[in-house]
Design a binder for this molecule. Structure first.
Ligand code: FAD
Length: 467
């Protein structure tokens, strides 16, 4: 038909994995088609994920810092929130980035095809744009279809007071009482935003701690701070029913002390994301999809079908943008004939809450569970001049070392800007640095980055002068 196209590399989905793969393949000389169902490029991360959440978290930080500065002699009037203006600013940040991507695609002659793509054969995708069909035949394909929020059967998701992360980022209103269902990164980041904007927040988490993936001691300063600010944090508690009533959403929960109910103005469901693998008719191409919707790949991002690759949230955990980007580069380079492998040792994780919680590599809990012989260096930020001069003292930098050779194999950092600080340890782990490397590297004073240096010295036992 008129809309038929051939691509050397077709990329299905334009999130951070997809656009990175498309651009890399084009830079390596391939004729690339990028298929996206939504009107804007950038996927979850740019449109309804990483970027809008960070814009709102910045607003939250400004509000709480202004509040807290009152204790140190600078008082501001109570902040007034113009929710329409805040939303417009957030949208302008997103637009600037997604518009930039459109320009970058054009500059590289990456052809963007808008519509929903499904495989019709091992070398063919049909794209449906509101009934208008385009077929794209391809030599190589990179599946980057991403993920979507998990819904729960006992929750009335069609009630407008039940929202997911996308709904929370829409910032339609600021509820008086908000229940955040799920104490993971996404739920806690949104909780942080709504708390600053004036909601009374309750968090309910099934596991015995919020952010279950990180070590307890690293999560503690965040837990302590939000316990002071929020209405309630329920751990070891599950929601068993949500009933839409006129006056609110009646939520039944089951905790260590039994069943209880409470009524909220809004419920944010943030219990995880499920991959979109089962929605692209992968079987027509012979690509296997597991029962959860993930697409298994090898260390070159190759599916069971040699010319079809998959990257990002659709291939597995952790569902993070920087993992998708890295995998996108690997897949594109392999498509272009390069010998590239996904051989990263570690993938850092960050909750951009206040304080931020960041971790990378082996956690202490994991080391214990696996019986690894490790040592640690822990530096409390109460002894960091820079942290105290930010008005904050609760942070911790913890490094985990392999006892056999003193190499750093993990880290947990909590405190303002922990997410930026973890990158140094990520590099150290990738390069096989040991405690002396980190301890003998001169770090600028006074910075929070010194806490990494000091934590290494704590392990070495050589620290003499903290400030
Ligand atoms: P996605 O970004 O999910 O993109 C997939 C794209 O494919 C979408 O645009 C979709 O429309 C399109 N698509 C799917 N199927 C089809 C089809 N059949 N036809 C056409 N198009 C299709 N990660 C971080 O690293 N840092 C963060 O701070 C962070 N914050 C987040 C905050 C929130 C609220 C959320 C929800 C997520 C956050 N994430 C964060 C996770 C991050 O957004 C994802 O890991 C990342 O977007 C995954 O990228 P991807 O390329 O695999 O897929």
């Amino acid at each position: 038909g008129a809309g038929d196209i051939h691509a050397e590399v077709v990329v299905l989905g334009s999130g951070p994995g997809g656009y990175t793969a498309a651009f890399r393949a084009a830079d390596l000389g391939k004729k690339v088609v990028l298929i996206e169902k939504d009107p804007y490029l950038g996927g979850v991360c740019l449109n309804v994920g990483c970027i809008p959440s960070k814009a709102l978290l910045h607003a939250a930080k400004v509000i709480t810092e202004a509040e807290e500065m009152g204790e140190h002699g600078i008082s501001f009037a109570k902040p007034k929130t113009d929710i329409d203006k805040l939303r417009a600013w957030k949208e302008s940040v997103v637009k600037q980035l997604t518009g930039g991507l459109a320009g970058l695609a054009k500059g590289r002659k990456v052809q963007v095809v808008t519509g929903y793509g499904r495989f019709t054969g091992p070398n063919m995708i049909e794209v449906d744009n509101d009934g208008e069909k385009t077929t794209v035949s391809f030599d190589n394909c990179i599946i980057a279809a991403g993920s979507e929020p998990v819904t729960l059967p006992f929750i009335p998701h069609d009630d407008p007071r039940v929202i997911d992360s996308t709904g929370a980022l829409e910032l339609k209103e600021i509820p008086k009482r908000l229940l955040v269902l799920g104490g993971g990164i996404i739920g806690l980041e949104m909780g942080c935003v709504y708390d600053a904007l004036g909601s009374k927040v309750t968090v309910v988490e099934f596991m015995d701690q919020i952010i279950p993936g990180a070590d307890k001691d690293i999560v503690k300063p965040l837990a302590t701070r939000i316990e002071g600010r929020y209405e309630n944090i329920f751990t070891k508690t599950k929601v068993t029913a949500v009933e839409a009533q006129k006056k609110g959403l009646k939520v039944t929960m089951e905790g260590p002390d039994g069943e209880f109910t409470d009524t909220f103005d809004m419920v944010l469901v943030a219990v995880g994301r499920r991959p979109n693998g089962a929605k692209i008719n992968a079987e027509a191409a012979g690509v296997a999809v597991d029962e959860r919707g993930f697409i298994p790949v090898d260390n070159q991002q190759r599916t069971g079908v040699p010319h079809i690759f998959a990257i990002g949230d659709v291939v597995g955990q952790p569902m993070l943008a920087h993992k998708a980007v890295h995998e996108g580069k690997v897949a594109a380079e392999v498509c272009a004939g390069h010998k590239r492998y996904f051989d990263a040792r570690i993938i850092p994780s960050v909750a951009y809450t206040d304080p931020e919680v960041a971790w990378v590599g082996v956690t202490e809990a994991e080391a214990k569970a696996k019986g690894l012989k490790v040592g640690k260096g822990v530096f409390p930020w109460a002894a960091s001049g820079r942290s105290l001069s930010l008005g904050r003292s609760e942070g911790i930098t913890k490094l985990i070392f392999d006892e056999s050779d003193d190499r750093v194999i993990g880290a947990g950092i909590v405190g303002p800007n922990a997410g930026d600080l973890i990158a140094e340890v990520a590099l150290a782990i990738e390069m096989g640095a040991d405690a002396v490397d980190l301890g003998h590297t001169i770090h600028p004073h006074p910075t929070l980055s010194e806490t990494v240096n000091f934590a290494a010295e704590m392990f070495e036992g050589t620290i003499t002068d903290l400030m």
